[in-house]
Design a protein around this ligand. Structure first.
Ligand SMILES: Cc1ncc(C[n+]2csc(CCOP(=O)(O)OP(=O)(O)O)c2C)c(N)n1
Ligand SMILES: [Mg+2]
Length: 890
């Protein structure tokens, strides 16, 4: 190197030193805020001068809260450690015992083993309970950690030994415990199903937002309740886990805390072997505007960090990748010395003060109660942003040779005697060598210091968690009068069921009793459904209010955002909107407020897109109305293959407690919605609703007498033919296709001398399930005089053929054919949709008038009441083409 180069280098060094000294001076004289301002100004200056600065959203790979800022730990370290050890033991034992009893029954040991400290600090110091009418925290426990939560409840005396014994054996006599958090199965215990990964985090975000909504609308006070979501680091791969985090920051949800257990492993192996999951998540959450607290190193590392004057230790911490971190756990002390500390002489020297055993025992942050406490305290006191705690832990912590840090650990369900003994000794569980093989449960005496402490802590925090309590009172169903106008028909005025639905919703919103409880939810489609009048009428909820003048301020229906707005306009996120639906639909339990959500969306983007959330809603005993608009494969014209829905009712069929309806007329819709409110909110049934509404305009008829019961049960006779003829047909229609059926009746009666009765089928699911249940009952009771299912009962005296047509797949109609008095010909819309007009689509899918007429004549010919020549002639007259494209395949 030349002399001048040397000189240049030292000049640079000199310059750097001068700058640093100035900065140090500013720090001393003006404090951190002034430093921040100065750096910001420098940054702006550099940008303006065209200097591109490298972007990083990361801080060094060390704890966010340094030792000197750590608060005093108020708990009893030793007693809390003993309690935690007992819970660890029982959680492990319940899995081991269950699998001994019945091989393959499953369960997870290592998830809780890694998360025990994260939970115990929260249980002993943070989670608020619901006693004395306190609101309590809302906690999403990681599904796979369930054994630990049960084991704690066992120590608390809330779960018996027998129940622990029946972990994953829910069908045993005596109570069992469900594998994961399922409110459906344990309605007094679990509140939120989390085990389908990703659903917990997104639901927690919208829950926290819904809490704010209730507060801003004056439906509940702000009591400082926190929403906690515990999730795995592998779980963050799910799009739902991270997909809504920007909303949480935008809405300033400082009532929300994510705790991500970064044990670096998922099911098969490392989460980011070649990178660092903690750093990756830090950047993602920081970028989205969250308060990020990293808890990486335990207190054992603090003295080392103190001694590290050159920054080499931090540098080394920054260098290592997760695959290496995992290896340190599996290989132990001498390996850590050689491979972690051995890289730099300063670190090697630092490590010499410690034995291999000491190095091996140096904890990760997520296993250090004081570090975790500090993080939780900071999170609960943080204002203005949501917080995520990224806690580094070891998967299978304490399992030793049985799986600590090993790739197989997630699936480990069995420990041999040696491994059990080792576990026992490591955590000091008072179980003798003779007893160890059976991994017995252990609960100290009721008056032991452990039980006393644990109970006292929970008492001070407001009672045990998790606990699901339903506090709400039944509400009065809106009066018949409110719905009366919809029963009268429209006197020839053509309106769609979507328009009718919006009108019903509008009236409900004005109702004294239920109006304020209605929560309209839309994912950016309100205008599509003609709901924009609601914007102005009830406002769009926005915590910030409306900070701008909307461009359409002069119009009657302007886009009004308001702090007390009632509509949740979620933007283009069906998953988010569904999460809001769940928060609202379960608020009768979470808050004791019977919110009635109406989630209106493009029916195609419902169950198909967010089916798993709909399943979780069912598990949670969620209530409310999912309203699939622009429904019907041939009714929604033009939109084509991706939009035209002919199967959402099939998908909805699969959810056991979901009521589904495909109504055709205004009065049907009105009857169904009123009954829905009655059943869910007055009678308090744990069901929810899926109703499709269409955008085809037609005259809405008045409600015939005596059909209410049939509408609700799923089928009623709409028209009885006045014609007498040899040929008799029964046409069944649903949704807007019922109109095609009615037209077909006229053609058949006029042109082909057939007597036709028309039936409106509002719910094939109801009919089918009723039939299945009636038959089951007949069979199990060996009933010699079997009861008839509803559909069989109402059709038993009918003669002639049956033909059904709907805008949905044929299997719905076929599902009830067995209970009809004669064979059924089903027309439906199986296949891919097309961009086309309504008439063309109906012709393509063979659900229009002409195909219904033809199918009826064909059925009658098969039956023998119509001649085959008539069928041939009709085919010609109607223009039936046997060579036509097949909608199943084309
Ligand atoms: C949607 C979904 N996909 C897959 C699974 C199966 N599964 C259960 S646990 C697990 C790994 C979990 O890893 P992580 O989130 O890191 O949790 P840890 O047990 O390590 O705390 C997987 C893939 C699931 N429960 N849900
Ligand atoms: Mg993990």
């Amino acid at each position: 190197m030349s002399n001048s180069k040397n000189k240049e280098m030292s000049l640079e060094e000199l310059e750097t030193r001068e700058w640093l000294e100035s900065l140090e001076y500013i720090l001393q004289s003006g404090g951190p805020e002034r430093v921040r301002q100065l750096l910001h100004d420098l940054d702006t200056y550099a940008h303006e001068a065209g200097v591109e600065l490298p972007f990083t959203a990361n801080t060094p790979y060390i704890n966010t809260i340094p030792k000197h800022k750590q608060p005093h730990f108020p708990g009893g370290r030793e007693i809390e450690r003993r309690i935690k050890s007992l819970i660890r033991w029982n959680a492990m034992a319940m899995v081991v015992r269950a699998n001994k009893e019945l091989a393959g029954i499953g369960g997870h040991i290592s998830t809780y083993a890694s998360a025990a400290t994260l939970y115990e600090i929260a249980f002993n110091h943070f989670f608020k309970g619901k006693d004395n009418n306190q609101e309590g925290d809302i906690i999403y426990f990681q599904g796979h950690a369930a054994p630990g939560i049960y084991a704690r409840a066992f120590l608390e005396g809330r779960i018996s030994k027998e129940e622990l014994e029946n972990f994953r054996r829910e069908l045993q006599s005596g109570k069992g415990l469900s594998s994961y958090p399922h409110p459906w199965l344990m309605p007094d215990f679990w509140e939120f199903p989390t085990v389908s990964m990703g659903l917990g985090p997104i639901q927690a975000i919208y829950q926290a937002r819904f809490n704010r909504y209730l507060e801003d609308r004056g439906l509940k006070p702000d009591t400082g309740t926190k929403v906690w979501a515990f999730l795995g680091d592998g779980e963050t791969d799910e799009p739902e886990s991270l997909g809504a985090i920007s909303l949480a920051a935008r809405e300033k949800l400082d009532n929300l805390i994510f705790v991500i257990n970064c044990n670096l492993q998922r099911l098969d192996g490392p989460v980011r072997g070649n990178g660092k999951i903690v750093q990756e998540l830090e950047a993602v959450f920081k970028g989205a505007g969250w308060n990020v607290i990293k808890v990486i190193w335990g207190g054992d590392w603090d003295p080392l960090l103190d001694e590290d004057k050159t920054g080499t230790l931090t540098k080394r911490m920054n260098e290592i990748i997760d695959g290496e971190s995992q290896k340190y756990i599996v290989e132990g002390g001498s390996y850590i010395r050689e491979h972690f500390f051995g890289k730099y002489p300063e670190l090697k020297e630092l490590a010499e003060k410690f034995s291999d055993e000491q190095l091996e025992k140096m904890k990760r942050g997520g296993h250090d109660p004081e570090k975790v406490y500090a993080a939780y305290k900071a999170a609960t006191e943080n204002t203005g942003t949501p917080t995520v705690i990224l806690a580094k832990t070891v998967k299978g912590y304490g399992l030793g040779e049985a799986g600590e840090g090993k790739n197989i650990t997630h699936q480990q369900k069995k420990l041999n005697e040696d491994e059990l003994r080792e576990f026992r000794t490591r955590f000091g569980i008072p179980i003798s060598d003779e007893d160890i093989a059976s991994a017995p449960f252990y609960r100290p005496a009721e008056d032991s210091p452990e039980i006393t402490y644990l109970k006292q802590r929970r008492k001070e925090l407001g009672g045990y968690v998790p606990k699901r309590i339903v506090k709400h009172q039944p509400i009065q169903t809106p009066s018949e009068e409110l719905f009366e106008e919809f029963l009268k028909g429209t006197d020839g005025r053509e309106v769609s069921t979507t328009m009718v639905y919006v009108r019903i919703l509008t009236k409900l919103l004005k109702d004294k009793e239920v109006g304020k409880l209605i929560v309209p939810i839309v994912p950016d489609e309100a205008r599509t459904f003609g709901m924009e009048a609601l914007f102005r009428q009830i406002g769009i909820y926005s915590h910030a209010g409306q900070l701008y003048e909307p461009v359409d301020r002069d119009s009657l229906l302007y886009y009004k955002e308001a702090v007390n707005g009632q509509i949740l306009e979620e933007g283009i996120t069906e998953a988010g909107a569904m999460s809001s639906f769940i928060a609202a639909g379960t608020s009768y339990a979470t808050h004791g407020i019977s919110a009635i959500p109406f989630f209106t969306y493009y029916s195609m983007f419902g169950f198909q897109r967010i089916g798993d959330l709909a399943w979780a809603a069912a598990d949670m005993r969620c209530k409310g109305f999912m309203v699939g608009a622009t429904a019907g494969r041939t009714t929604l014209s033009g939109e084509g293959l991706q939009h035209q829905d002919g199967h959402s009712h099939l998908l909805a069929y699969s959810i056991p407690n979901l009521m589904t309806y495909d109504p055709a007329y205004a009065y049907e819709l009105a009857v169904i919605i009123r009954d829905g409110i009655y059943r869910m909110y007055e009678k308090q049934e744990d069901i929810y609703y899926y109703i499709t509404v269409m955008n085809e305009n037609y005259a809405q008829p008045a409600m015939p007498k005596g059909v209410k019961d049939g509408i609700l049960k799923g089928m009623y006779k709409l028209y009885a033919s006045k014609k007498t003829a040899k040929a008799k047909a029964h046409l069944m229609g649903s949704g807007s296709i019922l109109n095609e059926v009615v037209k077909a009746k006229d053609v058949l009666e006029k042109d082909y001398n057939v007597s036709v009765d028309v039936w409106s089928v509002t719910s094939y699911k109801n009919l089918h399930l009723d039939a299945l249940q009636t038959e089951r009952e007949n069979m199990l009771t060996g009933n010699k005089k079997p009861k008839l299912p509803y559909v069989a009962e109402i059709t038993k005296n009918e003669k002639g053929v049956f033909v059904s047509a709907s805008d949905y797949v044929q299997i719905l109609g076929d599902s009830i054919s067995k209970w009809l008095p004669s064979p059924l010909q089903t027309l439906g819309t199986f296949g891919f949709g097309r961009s086309e007009g309504r008439d063309e689509l109906r012709d393509f899918f063979e659900v229009n008038t002409k195909h219904i007429v033809y199918a009826t004549l064909y059925s009658l010919a098969k039956e023998g009441s119509v001649k085959w020549e008539t069928v041939k002639k009709a085919a010609k007259e109607l223009g039936i083409n046997p060579e036509k494209k097949n909608p199943f395949k084309d």
